[in-house]
Design a binder for this molecule. Structure first.
Ligand code: SF4
Length: 181
């Protein structure tokens, strides 16, 4: 039987959710019996393969046009999309800038911060255009499963993937895996 393929990527986040993923530790060997990881920010392959994957995993919020492109590409190339972490679920920490607005946040961070001398607001096509509002992934693409938490525990991630690999879908996370801190 061919293995289930999994691709991961991150948007506006801190990489903490991917670190939690790595905290699965040696249990990842159990996952690898049934799954193959194709691309992720921690491998040489940064984009999900064109032929598509079974499961796509996204960390981080949507805060700029580049994030929108990455989320849409993952959605197009995966059958099941999982949003991991509070940022991907509802905006999380990056969405704090919504309180003052994008322009004000950029001005404060890059021009007015006490550590800046002759500051400059970054402006490069490679960075994407900042959006007026930071949102969760489901505001731009359909999400099939949310695993909230900042970050979600390795146990929660392992449970969700194990259920998927066992074909028990839709995955329902037991309450003990929900974190609200
Ligand atoms: S949910 Fe928390 S750990 Fe995950 S990317 Fe956001 S800030 Fe980082």
């Amino acid at each position: 039987m061919s293995k289930i393929t999994i691709a991961t990527d991150w948007l506006a986040g801190c990489a903490g959710c991917h670190m939690s993923f790595l905290d699965i530790d040696d249990r990842i060997l159990q996952l690898l019996e049934k799954a193959e990881f194709t691309s992720s920010p921690v491998t040489d392959l940064k984009h999900p393969p064109k032929e598509g994957v079974t499961v796509g995993i996204l960390e981080g919020a949507i805060c700029n046009s580049h994030n929108v492109e990455v989320a849409k590409q993952m959605r197009e190339r995966c059958q099941i999309l999982i949003a991991i972490g509070d940022c991907a679920t509802f905006g999380g920490v990056p969405a704090m800038r919504n309180l003052c607005g994008t322009k004000e946040a950029l001005k404060r961070a890059y021009l007015e911060a006490e550590s800046n001398v002759g500051g400059l607001i970054p402006d490069s096509p490679e960075l994407g255009t900042p959006l007026d509002e930071v949102v969760g992934v489901d505001k731009v693409v359909k999400v099939d499963l949310f695993i909230p938490g900042c970050p979600p525990s390795a146990d929660a991630l392992f449970y969700a993937l194990s259920e998927l690999l066992a074909g028990r879908t839709p995955v329902v996370l037991p309450p003990k895996y929900f974190k609200y801190d």
